[in-house]
Design a binder for this molecule. Structure first.
Ligand code: URA
Ligand code: SF4
Length: 214
């Protein structure tokens, strides 16, 4: 199946999904949207009021702020894929529960596999915890990390940052630095690969030398 069709199939499954209790109160599930060949994937927490009304991610206040942040980073919304860890709105915008996160994870995993982005930017604690379970966002925000062969950049959630001036400045600075963070992360990987290769070459040379002693 073509990647586009797979994403459509996932969206169809999400819209009809009854795998967790969030389906009872949703108006529209929000599978996520963006080009199938997006190199950047943004993962938020879950739909809020406006997203539940419209079936689209980040269309309320937080979404407007995300658009500004993308602009700071030099990306257009149309060129990135945007989704959430849970696809249906938690009542009163409460935090998603562990069993809801677990029930919904397969959809996100399949989206990641299908889009195969170069970089995943996590927005907030819940999407960060999927990749970086034992860190604090205040320690790692804006810093690139390699997880399972993919570059992850954790960011504060735009909705949280919108109402807290110190976080707002932080998240703006982190988005402005996002292109650099991506380059830095990619260079670190190249450096690691180069070092690994040198070590392999060296041990191959060492064992060749050992053999020649016999
Ligand atoms: N907040 C999120 O985490 N996701 C959305 O889609 C909207 C607001
Ligand atoms: Fe299904 Fe996810 Fe919606 Fe729960 S949140 S009903 S698992 S799509």
């Amino acid at each position: 199946m073509e990647a586009t069709e797979i994403l459509q199939e996932i969206a169809g499954q999400v819209s009809a999904c009854e795998k967790c209790n969030l389906h009872y109160s949703r108006k529209h599930a929000v599978p996520g949207e963006g080009p199938v060949n997006a190199r950047l994937l943004f993962i938020g927490e879950g739909p809020g009021f406006n997203e539940n009304e419209m079936g689209r991610p980040f269309v309320g206040q937080a979404g407007k702020f995300l658009d500004e942040l993308l602009d700071f980073a030099g990306f257009k919304r149309e060129e990135v894929f945007i989704t959430n860890v849970v696809k249906c709105r938690p009542p009163e915008n409460r935090d998603p529960l562990p069993d809801e996160l677990n029930a919904c994870a397969a959809y996100l995993d399949k989206q990641i596999e299908t889009i195969n982005p170069d970089v995943i930017v996590t927005l907030g604690r819940f999407s960060m915890a999927k990749f970086l379970p034992n860190v604090r966002i205040s320690d790692v925000h804006g810093k690139p990390a390699w997880v399972n062969e993919r570059l992850i950049v954790p960011m504060y959630h735009p909705a949280a940052a919108l109402h807290q001036p110190s976080l707002k400045n932080s998240v703006i600075a982190d988005f402005k630095a996002l292109p650099n963070a991506i380059t830095e992360g990619q260079n670190k990987k190249l450096f690691m690969l180069e070092q690994q290769k040198q070590e392999e070459d060296k041990s191959a040379a060492d064992s060749a030398e050992q053999l020649s002693l016999f």
